[in-house]
Design a protein around this ligand. Structure first.
Ligand code: ADP
Length: 494
């Protein structure tokens, strides 16, 4: 009987299940979107029961598609939207409040207060995170303080907290296991990533009872078995990681200095920095890449707020392209941008500029500038933004030259963008055959946990390239282009 790996990929807008074979090839996919709730401006919620039911629905559907039962699933891995916060009753399993989604800004004022009170540095040194409403900590605090009776129940030990991975593990094991992995714990802003434990001082500061927190384990670990009522028999749950870390793993970025970028709506860059955490001076985050066999690997994380979203803007707001894919052909139909630069600072600028008040700008327009130049300038901007973060990462990690950048996400399909990225970074861009790297990473972690794979080398051997892009631009020209970009950025920050 052929054995497969099941990855549950619980994302922000949909739940997916992908089944992989040993080569890391997709054999079955099922996906279901679920409702987003916006009860007030800036607030975002999910229904934890919908997260669970859609996730189970797609898991069964993926199995039915290839007509297999639980005995043909060697192991189950979970990867998930990070930071999203759920509190539930330990006995009834009822969530006490909707899931507060990572995007939700309702606790921005709590964070501002922590910052004003001077706690930011302490929190950064311990968690690797900049105090922000994204992370779970203040969301937990909000629920404890605003939902009637929950704090008292939590103090009596009746309430559990979990990020989405914990919630799924708890549901899959019918309440037997309350656990999370290092990568998810690292995004709560409650976990000391150096000491590898929940941080008493931060818990005290935020008045969060320790009893609600899950146990933290390696990303490859036998968390438990699925209850037989779910798939008809027990499947070992042996891999857990937050989405970006899972993607780093799925890209086989196992060595120090290995780096990947996901070109989705936003851009997510993660660099493996090895066994010693690197703390950024310029706003990058430090996080745990994974824990395997009791050893922690750390990562630097940087994000680009607007990546593919700028392509959507070209299509939906500007009407300059009819599909995202068309941008490639249009960009390639002109030799350059004719001096045009576009800085997509729609929501301010992140690393390394950190200017929340910057706004988008088109520069260098002359009478000859046309639609094609603008489209090309937007694609180039995605590459320049990536360049800015990668350069910063290299500097802060003390890693001299980047050997290659592994890419995934929707916009990584754009060949013009990838070639330009290779030119601007002056390094090799590698695009894998399987761009479902997040689910793949979860499957690999799970596979390691049951000996389906013996070691990382075996997984590395699975990584298959679809296409490679080599730099074709001279260093001189690259530098000129980067200067042009930086000039435009300076104008966006005026
Ligand atoms: P997410 O997971 O963030 O929703 P995806 O990885 O699915 O994002 O990528 C979708 C994004 O990629 C969209 O913003 C879209 O505009 C962009 N995109 C998709 N295909 C292309 C393409 N060929 N060229 C440029 N951008 C693209």
């Amino acid at each position: 009987m052929k054995q497969y790996l099941m990855a549950l990929d619980q994302g922000t807008t949909s739940s997916r299940c992908i089944l992989f074979d040993r080569n890391g090839t997709i054999v079955s996919v099922a996906q279901k979107e679920f409702q987003q709730y916006y009860p007030q401006p800036g607030w975002v919620e999910h229904n934890p029961m919908e997260i669970w039911s859609t996730q189970m629905g797609v898991a069964r559907e993926a199995m039915e598609q290839i007509n297999i039962d639980y005995r043909q699933i060697a192991a189950l891995g979970i990867t998930n939207q990070r930071e999203t916060t759920i509190l539930w009753d330990k006995v009834t399993g009822e969530p006490v409040y909707p899931a507060i989604v990572w995007q939700c800004r309702r606790t921005a004022d709590i964070c501002e207060k922590l910052d004003v009170q001077g706690y930011s540095d302490m929190i950064f040194q311990k968690t690797g995170l900049r105090v922000d409403a994204y992370f779970s900590a203040t969301k937990i605090q909000w629920i404890l303080n605003h939902v009637k009776g929950v704090r008292e129940r939590a103090e009596r030990g009746e309430i559990l907290f979990g990020t989405v991975d914990s919630w799924l593990i708890w549901k899959l094991t019918k309440g037997k296991v309350h656990a999370t992995d290092y990568t998810n714990a690292a995004r709560t802003m409650l976990f000391n990533i150096v000491e590898k434990q929940w941080d008493e001082e931060i818990l005290k500061l935020l008045d969060i009872p320790k009893a609600i927190l899950p146990e933290v384990h390696d990303s490859t670990f036998l968390y438990g078995e699925t209850d037989s009522s779910i798939f008809g028999g027990g499947i070992p749950i042996t891999g857990v990681a937050g989405d970006q870390q899972a993607s780093l793993f799925g890209q086989a970025c196992f060595s120090r200095g290995d780096i990947k970028n996901t070109y989705g709506t936003g851009g997510f860059l993660l660099m493996n920095v090895g066994e010693i955490p690197v703390f950024s001076k310029n706003g990058l985050l430090t996080t745990i890449a994974w824990g395997i066999n009791g050893e922690i690997t750390y990562a630097l994380e940087g994000s680009v707020f607007v990546a593919g979203a700028a392509i959507q803007w070209l299509r939906d707001e500007m009407g300059l392209i009819s599909s995202a894919a068309e941008s490639e052909e249009i960009a390639m139909s002109v030799p350059d941008t004719n001096g045009v630069h576009m800085v997509p600072a729609f929501v301010g600028l992140g690393a390394p500029y950190w200017d929340p008040y910057a706004r988008g700008i088109l520069t260098g327009l002359t009478r000859g500038a046309n639609r094609k130049h603008i489209v090309r300038a937007v694609l180039e901007a995605l590459a320049f933004q990536t360049y800015d973060v990668v350069t910063l990462m290299e500097r802060e990690a003390g890693i001299e030259t980047l050997s290659c950048l592994k890419v995934d996400g929707g916009a990584s399909a754009n060949n013009f963008l990838m070639q330009f990225q290779a030119n601007i970074l002056q390094s090799v861009i590698q695009r894998p055959q399987c761009i479902e790297t997040t689910a793949l990473g979860a499957a690999y972690l799970a596979g390691l946990g049951v000996g389906y794979y013996q070691n990382l080398e075996e997984i590395r051997g699975n990584w298959q390239q679809e296409r490679e892009f080599l730099p074709t631009m001279s260093v001189h020209e690259k530098e000129e282009r980067v200067r042009g970009w930086q000039h435009a950025v300076a104008q966006a920050m005026l």
